[in-house]
Design a protein around this ligand. Sequence first.
Ligand SMILES: [Zn+2]
Ligand SMILES: [Zn+2]
Length: 367
Amino acid sequence: MSDYYDILGVNKKASFSEIKKVYRKLARKYHPDLNPGDAIAEKKFKEINQAYEILKDPEKRKQYDTFGSLGGNFGRSRGHSNFEGFDFTSTGSSSFGDIFETIFGSGSQQSQTRGRDRKPEPGEDLLYSINLGFVDAAKGLETPIQVVRKEKCTTCSGKGIEPGSLKMTCPVCKGNGRIQKQTGFMKFASTCVNCGGSGFLPGENCRACHGEGRVDKVTRIKARIPAGVGNNSRVRIAGKGNAGKFGGAIGDLIITINVSLHKFFKRSGVNLEIILPVTYLEAALGAKVEVPTLNGETLLKIPPSTSSGQKLRIKNKGIINPKTKITGDMLIEIKIVPPPVKDIEVRRLLKEIEKKAPYNPRTGLEL
Ligand SMILES: [Zn+2]
Ligand SMILES: [Zn+2]
């Protein structure tokens, strides 16, 4: 049984990083994928893995230094010295996949430190929602909103590659993009997972954006909300979404509008509705009264003999349709409010009117 230090060719006092460096070099040199059919290389590869398994772990290394290979715990007893063949499982050694991970790091980490293909990808649309008052929504406004959006990384100009880092040939497939694998007596080629088949690694990932080519940024955007937006309607602001990846198109910002209810205005399509309280005298004799609209008050003529529930209309004082730009009307529902009858004099006068000019408001309801 060879000494683990001898197998790796390192000093007994070698540091972990030294050992790791040597191990990586040897593992690459003797890797079965790179030496198909070479039994000696394969044996060597197993030995260096075995040695590294122990020496990379401070606990195990300490034990090994003190006691040597203990009862097969560390040293793997080999029944035959002229070991040959491709049967990895019998030695309990790791699979090809595991070995790759040991040497080159896991696939995901790998793609984080060294990117693969950097194809342009469009930026995502950003969703955002704002609450608007009834009148603000009806009249439209420009409001500043703060969004977190991905913007092009300035360190790498959106390329995702650390400035100054070089494109290099993939060390696993040596630029072939494919790897010969051998299982038992079967040989087959597969796409290199390390470079995704391109044969090269484009360079180190940019440290500022981790290779994404874009970074999160808090941005203030002036959102122009058009007049007439309704509750739950969406406003799309082009080009204010996430930046694209590697030269992809920028996404949009989509704002969902929540419109609050109003104290007395109501909306029905493009029409603006209001219930207008009037005195019974105004309703009976007709009057000109002030009505609130979206743009201040306006005078409304109430014709004589107007009843409660009757609807009057003011043209073009409604809400604009943001698409067609057509403005609706204002619909005014009359509501007759009786005078306060706690006053004895008011009661007396009302009764006098009733007595002097009686009328039946329920004509037509007789069965
Ligand atoms: Zn970057
Ligand atoms: Zn490769």
